[in-house]
Design a protein around this ligand. Sequence first.
Ligand SMILES: Cc1cc2nc3c(=O)[nH]c(=O)nc-3n(C[C@H](O)[C@H](O)[C@H](O)COP(=O)(O)O)c2cc1C
Length: 210
Amino acid sequence: MQINPDDLQPHEFYRYLVQVITPRPIAWVSTVSPGGVTNLAPYSFFNGVGANPPSVVFAPVNNRHGEKKDTLRNVEANGEFVVNIVSHALAERMNQSAYEYGYEVSEFEHAGLTPVPSSFVAPPRVGEAPVSMECEVIRVIHVGDGPLGANLVIGRVRMMHLAEGVCDAAGVVDPAKLDTIGRMGGADYCTTRDRFPMPRPESPTLGSRA
Ligand SMILES: Cc1cc2nc3c(=O)[nH]c(=O)nc-3n(C[C@H](O)[C@H](O)[C@H](O)COP(=O)(O)O)c2cc1C
């Protein structure tokens, strides 16, 4: 079977994309509107993209009417956001925050989450999250117009917060304590509880780190 995206409607090809690019990490993004209303929503078109500068990307796609989501409106207005990492214990509250509330409604209140003031940026972080990254926008790239058109938000990480107990005694993040979840297709999620080690082959010149 082959699929030419040009033969499908955007929402039909979107379904294949999210079914095959799995599992996806979830950025639980907090922002604040120009009027001071906090906003929180999950985004699984998300990843880290580099460490020099320390940078992440996530992609709010246009909604079914071709309009910008609240998160994008806020980052375009003030250039700041926080990426909160979602542990298994927070899965349901993360899901609750994906409900399309009005622009003037704060998902923090509806999902029963604690907004904790950030150090560098105005949007608060999620107090219950195991890790939060305060970010400043480097660039927003509009990839397409209309429904499901992507907007890439590239941000520089200004501060990372790690909850007590997430790192082991040597300061290394313990994946069992982080207990992140991933997004699969449709309504499915996965845990990260089944892991296997596989050291990378060593390059004679670079070693295994590059
Ligand atoms: C786990 C999960 C991942 C999601 N990932 C994305 C995504 O990558 N891009 C996107 O535009 N919407 C994504 N959504 C949908 C948004 O969270 C949803 O449209 C939300 O209402 C947007 O909120 P906002 O308008 O406050 O930004 C996701 C939803 C869930 C539950």
